[in-house]
Design a protein. Structure first.
Length: 681
């Protein structure tokens, strides 16, 4: 319906003044006019007009005092009927179009009564002057009330005719008077009627523009809701994504800290899912994840829990729980729901031949002073213990376990000593040129291991590093190491490195980058610094200043996760990014017509703003097909290449045939990427 109305409005605004209006839009205008505010304004106008009519009793007393008693009674009677009658109908909800007609009759009746009674006065000269005031009734009908043009013309036309009829029958005036005053009446009639026509035409155009603005605002609101839903929803499973579940965890944790109900955090990992994906294919893998997600959602929903996809084949459940045992029971129910699906998995290295899940759980009351992140960390550690115990089982955090790592202090210690103890490393994920299939860049990602060798999630150690300030030293090391491992030997044209707000606040951040590039003899343009949209860039002067200094140095600046925050649209206009990475959620949602339209819009928005679009999340051939024909410059994702250590990157790039695929690649960027990917196998 909205597009139809929008088309009608565009056509109506293009019409000439003499062309007939759309009946559909006129009906909509009448419906809008019957709003509560319009009725309130109409009531006020009726009362003002009525009081003005009564006030002219004073001029009756001055000019025609001999008929004052009659005019006073007539004025009062008409005022009572006119004002209270219309007021009552307005309160009862009568349509304003009907009230307009009754109001017009009231104006004519008031004029006729006044004109007739004035004619009985013996003060003929005063009366002849007084009837000039009849033009006020024309102004009231043409200008004061919002009468339509036809009704205004009819009402004021009756008043004009009544005036000439009165001159001919009731008032003994000469021809000169008739010509002079008649000309005034006619001129007033024409001028006020013309103004009425202009006002009505302008009101109609204002109405049309207002409706069009409402439609556009509704579209923007719907698009914003779609963007928000995409940014908080996993496109494959339809579950809340990590961003959304992190926010729910924060709210749940804060409520618990304020004296609310205790809760459990449950992490689930699908056992040997990479083997499943490699053997059965990505489409079957996606179907498996979706089926598992539905089963776990039903199992957790029976206990009022909420589930989200935490990443890859890992899921998280938040559920209100009264005890550690109750949390374990809920986790066991979730594990059993996955096993009961009985999905075939013939490539498992153990004795089982169906899809199962390993589960780690933690009860909030077991960590009374912990932060929300600590709960996830301990659930993650419990999950690793489950995977180390032949999988397909549940393990829960136990504060009395002598082997557990007290991350309340140790994560910070691990981060502080990571470089000295050689527990931090880098992995690299290739980024391809969508036109040629060549590696355009590699993204640098940091990894950290605990003393026992267990990996610590970046979601755990990065916030700790930022909070303690260790991210400054780690970030400097990452840039220097990545430049030395990738750029110096010429493995890739450039590298991209993620940076945090803490690094931008460090006064020596840009100077340190300049020192690294200078000492290694590298061109600044071969380094790209990625800033996340969620940093609210425009409200952070240190980030804006840092970006300006980086660009002055010659380092590229990329915007990461575009479309998932709230500052990106305006940032595209104010910050000169070299590359904008469209968040993976838009590509994954492009399986539907609406999602595909949004992906096209996002890419077009980036390109029209003068930036190079990079689409993240290319995880299978279907994702590449969705990008066919779209003006994409760069692509990235597991189908292009997973994050890998430098040794594997060298092998990957050594076997990646670097060939120019020519015009065909420009017409089919998916083909270019697929050929480049195939050549790396």
């Amino acid at each position: 319906m909205q597009p139809e109305i929008a088309d009608l409005i565009d056509g109506e605004l293009a019409k000439g003044w003499h062309e007939r209006r759309s009946q559909d839009l006129c009906r909509l205008l009448r419906a809008r006019r019957d709003s509560a505010q319009e009725r309130q304004d109409y009531r006020a106008a009726v009362w003002v007009a009525g009081l003005l009519y009564l006030i002219f009793t004073a001029t009756d007393a001055l000019l025609i005092p001999d008929v004052l008693a009659y005019t006073s009674i007539a004025r009062l009677g008409i005022w009572v009927v006119f004002v209270f009658g219309l007021d009552a109908q307005l309160r009862r909800g009568q349509p304003l179009s009907r009230i307009d007609k009754q109001c017009a009759v009231g104006v004519i009746a008031a004029y006729a009564a006044w004109l007739c009674l004035t004619s009985f006065s013996v003060h003929h000269l005063s009366a002849s002057y007084y009837i000039i005031y009849g033009i006020i009734f024309m102004m009231v009908s043409n200008l004061f009330f919002n009468f339509g043009f036809s009704l205004a013309a009819a009402t004021s036309g009756v008043i004009l005719a009544g005036f000439f009829l009165a001159l001919a029958t009731l008032f003994p005036v000469g021809a000169t008077y008739t010509v002079v005053v008649g000309t005034l009446y006619v001129a007033t009639y024409l001028l006020t009627l013309f103004v009425n026509w202009k006002l009505n035409r302008e009101r109609y155009r204002v109405f049309l523009n207002a409706v069009r603005a409402e439609i556009q605002q509704r579209k923007v609101a719907e698009r914003g809701a779609d963007l928000l839903r995409l940014s908080t929803t996993d496109a494959m499973t339809g579950l809340p994504n990590r961003r959304a579940i992190d926010e729910e965890l924060r709210i749940t944790w804060e409520a618990w800290q304020a004296g609310g109900a205790s809760f459990g955090v449950i992490l689930i990992d699908i056992d040997y899912f990479k083997r499943y994906n490699d053997f059965y294919g990505h489409q079957a893998g996606d179907a498996c994840l979706t089926a598992v997600a539905r089963a776990m959602e039903a199992a957790s929903g029976r206990h009022g829990g909420s589930i989200g996809r935490f990443g890859g084949e890992e899921f998280i459940v938040l559920v209100c729980s009264e005890s550690r045992d109750a949390t374990i029971a809920i986790a066991e129910g979730i594990r059993r729901a996955v096993a009961d699906l009985d999905l075939e998995h013939a490539q498992r290295p153990d004795r089982l031949r169906t899809v199962t899940a390993s589960v780690g759980a933690v009860f909030s009351a077991d960590l009374p002073g912990a932060k929300a992140e600590r709960l996830v960390t301990e659930a993650d550690r419990a999950l690793y213990r489950a995977k180390a115990s032949d999988r397909n089982c549940v393990r829960a955090f136990d504060r009395h376990d002598p082997e557990r790592l007290d991350l309340r202090e140790s994560v910070a210690d691990i981060v502080r000593t990571a470089l000295a103890q050689d527990r931090v490393s880098l992995v690299y994920q290739p980024i391809l040129d969508a036109r040629t299939g060549r590696v355009d860049a590699v993204e640098t990602l940091m990894r950290l291991t605990a003393p026992g060798g267990a990996p610590i999630s970046p979601a755990t150690f990065i916030p700790v590093a930022e909070r303690t300030g260790a991210i400054v030293e780690l970030g400097r090391w990452a840039i220097r190491t990545a430049c030395r491992e990738v750029l110096v030997p010429g493995l890739a044209p450039r590298i991209s490195v993620n940076v945090s707000t803490v690094q931008f606040r460090n006064p020596g951040f840009v100077l340190g980058i300049a020192e690294v590039l200078g000492s290694l003899g590298l061109q600044p343009a071969r380094l790209a610094v990625e800033v996340t949209e969620g940093l609210e860039i425009e409200s952070r002067p240190e980030v804006l200043q840092g970006i300006a200094e980086l660009r002055q140095l010659g380092v590229q600046v990329w915007l990461d996760d575009f479309g998932t925050g709230f500052s990106g649209l305006s940032c595209l206009q104010t910050v000169p990014f070299d590359v904008v990475k469209v968040d993976r959620s838009f590509l994954h949602a492009a399986a539907t017509e609406r999602g595909a339209g949004m992906l096209r819009d996002m890419i077009g928005l980036v390109r029209n703003a003068g930036h190079r679009p990079l689409v993240e999340g290319v995880e299978n051939v279907g994702h590449l097909d969705r990008l066919a024909g779209l003006p994409v410059d760069l692509i990235q994702g597991f189908h292009i290449g997973r994050p890998m250590p430098i040794e594997l990157l060298r092998t990957h790039l050594r076997h990646n045939v670097q060939q120019d695929l020519g015009p065909e690649a420009e017409r089919h960027p998916d083909t270019a990427a697929r050929q480049a990917r195939s050549s790396s196998r």
